[in-house]
Design a protein around this ligand. Structure first.
Ligand code: NAI
Length: 330
């Protein structure tokens, strides 16, 4: 049985080939993103395996069905890039990796926060040039700060655990508050209160049509002056143009993003010799108080092992038993 991987990188091949020793699927790795044109090249694959920036829309799904593909396996948690209705209509099962080391993403969120706050990225460059001055490196204590966490699922929870280590006051917002977290001293509040009272805001909810541009000029306006915002969730949660305006007005004090609305044209590629056409990300990267990482929050040894393990097991379960625990529900 053949599986075609799209947007594949050397590390995907490494981890999946190792895990496949248990299954013996025929694995074909393509470094191109999945698209309407590429999908025509498929032959007799039973499954395709895609990542965050592969667009699996109705047009693509229609051809997948014609080619006999039965499974779309996302090697990530989010599935906003797949047209689930179309997949259902064409009888294609969709599975994902709902949880692979939430700690990996939570720890990267903290790394972004500490880098922005203590400016270690700037200090690293400075001392290499024998500039041992501290001017411009002033940070603030995270200890006892109020941290607003939007989305208290697996990653949000892991991040809250880390922030409790700094003795922070945690405000949380989720459509479905978690009783254990409430009992542990986390205060669930309305979004307005969270925006008004938080020194640091971290996004850990999925992107849905309802929460697109959750962070926009209206919500930023009610935040504290100098607020720190970290987004390791999905780019579309922040209206980037509004965030740029707020950075220019010193309303946002620090912004850390591991995800970006238009990231599919940029991330996971080496564009160091190219002329970047996206002026918005260029403007964003020009701010001294903005840190951009290219969707690397998940990128740990442990997470890649779990991703390959769960993905191949799901494909195997669907082909042998017709179902898997990791199926995406409609
Ligand atoms: P999860 O499903 O465990 O938790 C998501 C939580 O968000 C749930 O408690 C849910 O009730 C809540 N939620 C849903 N809609 C909401 C809304 N409109 N407002 C507030 N809360 C809402 O998901 P998990 O594993 O914690 O992942 C969270 C997100 O992190 C994913 O959706 C994905 O976008 C992102 N992610 C990013 C990665 C990276 O490398 N940067 C890697 C993995 C996930």
């Amino acid at each position: 049985m053949k599986i075609a991987f799209f947007s594949s990188k050397p590390y995907d091949e490494l981890f999946f080939r190792k895990e496949n020793e248990k299954y013996n699927f025929e694995l074909n790795f393509f470094d191109t993103n999945l698209s309407y044109h590429v999908v025509n090249a498929l032959e007799d694959e039973i499954a395709i395996c895609v990542f965050v920036n592969d667009i699996v829309d109705r047009n693509v799904i229609k051809i997948l069905a014609k080619k006999g593909v039965k499974i779309i396996a996302l090697r990530c948690a989010g599935f906003n890039n797949v047209d689930l209705e179309a997949a259902k209509e064409y009888g294609i099962k969709v599975c994902r990796v709902p949880a692979y080391s939430p700690e990996a993403v939570a720890e990267h969120t903290l790394a972004m926060l500490l880098t922005l706050n203590r400016k270690t990225h700037k200090a690293y460059n400075r001392v290499r040039e024998q500039n041992f001055s501290l001017n411009g490196l002033l940070g603030f204590n995270i200890h006892k700060k109020t941290v607003g966490v939007i989305g208290t699922g697996k990653i949000g929870k892991a991040f809250i655990d880390l922030m409790k280590g700094f003795d922070c006051k945690i405000l949380a917002y989720d459509l479905y508050p978690d009783e254990d977290l409430e009992n542990s001293g986390v205060n669930y509040v309305g979004l307005d209160t969270l925006f008004k009272e938080s020194d640091i805001i971290s996004l850990h909810c999925p992107l849905t049509p309802e929460n697109k541009y959750l962070i926009n000029k209206t919500t930023i306006a009610i935040m504290k002056d100098g607020v720190t915002i970290i987004n390791t969730s999905r780019g579309g949660l922040i209206n980037t143009i509004d965030a740029i305006e707020a950075l220019k007005e010193h309303k946002i004090g620090y912004l850390g993003i591991d995800v970006y609305e238009q990231e599919e044209k940029l991330f996971f590629q080496d564009l160091s010799a190219e002329i970047i056409q996206d002026d918005t990300i260029q403007r964003l990267m020009s701010f001294p108080n903005v840190l951009v990482t290219a969707h690397q929050a998940f990128f740990t040894q442990e997470a890649l092992e779990q991703i390959s393990e769960i993905t191949l097991r799901s494909i195997s379960d669907i082909t042998t038993k017709g179902k898997t625990e990791e199926i995406v529900m409609l």
